[in-house]
Design a protein. Structure first.
Length: 319
């Protein structure tokens, strides 16, 4: 066995023993800060269009670990993994379907090294890109696919599974159940919503925030919420709707740095760290428990969110 890998395993065993569950921390009333975008960094570091981002955990491990560490250094209490598309169906596009376990273990191991023993790793699982009603897959296919990924992420050292960017009830439910039934990890489940002309929020498959929250909780999710699709301002109304329907639920938000603006064929995200952080008081009052970023966010955004959270906490304590 490789000596460096053995050292990583030993460190992992010792650090895992001291960490509390995320939900146990939230029960104390503490609000936590999550990380920001991963794809943004990967492209800055040389990821080419059409290239598989997830395999960078094997081919560019130093870069992947650096991304995770940059968010920890910015003040994040938890960090995701470079595994959003590392399921069998997505990896098949790149001829990498036989490396699911290897890629996911590596992704979790790299974030674990960056997080150390006093920060949590919430391992990213995204959608498969398959649609059940089109006959592409069965519900059992979903379950088996997510089980394989979740188990590998746990083996790599994750503390929780973050099932994110979901829109379909069956796919999301299958992912949550696969993680809950085959690992000992806490499960976070977040959905992506668009604002309709009527001013309501719906996933691509028509789920409202309260519908999505119910589906996630019924399937066994420990923490629910929303990611991507919206900037922090719009996330406030989504959190309010979830909180109204499920007042006891723990809620996470991973917001974009504003709404995307096309520039030269590429989406850019215009919201500055200061602007994004300015919505933190309203988000906290809406009932969020964990705040972080998605597309377009950087360590500077996370640093600003952390600062805004700390300032809000001091202000409330002094009232």
């Amino acid at each position: 066995m490789d000596k460096d890998y053995l050292c990583d395993v030993i460190v992992l065993l010792f650090t895992i023993m001291d960490r509390r569950k995320i939900t146990d921390i939230l029960k104390t009333g503490k609000v936590l800060v999550s990380d920001g975008a991963w794809g943004t960094f990967l492209y800055q570091k040389g990821l080419k269009p059409g290239e598989c981002p997830d395999v960078w955990s094997l081919t560019h491990p130093d870069t992947v670990e650096w991304i995770a560490r940059s968010y920890i250094d910015a003040g994040a209490d938890m960090v995701e993994t470079n595994s959003f598309g590392a399921n069998r169906f997505k990896l098949q596009h790149y001829g990498l379907q036989d490396q699911v376990i290897e890629i996911n273990e590596a992704a979790a191991r790299l974030s674990r090294k960056a997080a150390g023993g006093d920060h949590h790793v919430i391992a990213s699982i995204g959608p498969t890109g398959k649609i059940l009603w089109m006959g592409d897959v069965t519900e059992e296919d979903f379950y088996n696919c997510f089980r394989e990924q979740a188990m590998a992420l746990e083996k790599g050292g994750a503390d929780a599974i973050c099932i994110e960017t979901m829109s379909d009830a069956i796919e999301a439910g299958s992912a949550i159940k696969a993680a809950k039934e085959n690992t000992g990890l806490e499960v976070i489940a977040t959905f992506t919503f668009d604002k309709t002309r009527q001013g309501e929020y719906r996933t691509m498959m028509g789920l409202s925030p309260s519908d999505a929250a119910r589906i996630a909780l019924d399937a066994g999710a420990d923490i629910i919420g929303t990611n991507c699709g919206n900037g922090m301002e719009r996330m406030i109304d989504i959190v309010k709707e979830i909180r109204q329907s499920f007042p006891g639920a723990f809620i996470l938000v991973h917001a974009n740095a504003g709404l995307p603006v096309p520039a030269n064929g590429v989406d850019t995200f215009p919201e500055s760290p200061a602007k994004m952080a300015s919505y933190i008081p309203a988000l906290l009052e809406a009932g969020v428990h964990i705040a972080g970023g998605c597309c377009g966010t950087t360590p500077e955004h996370i640093k600003a969110i952390k600062k805004a959270l700390e300032a809000y906490t001091v202000r409330v304590q002094n009232v």
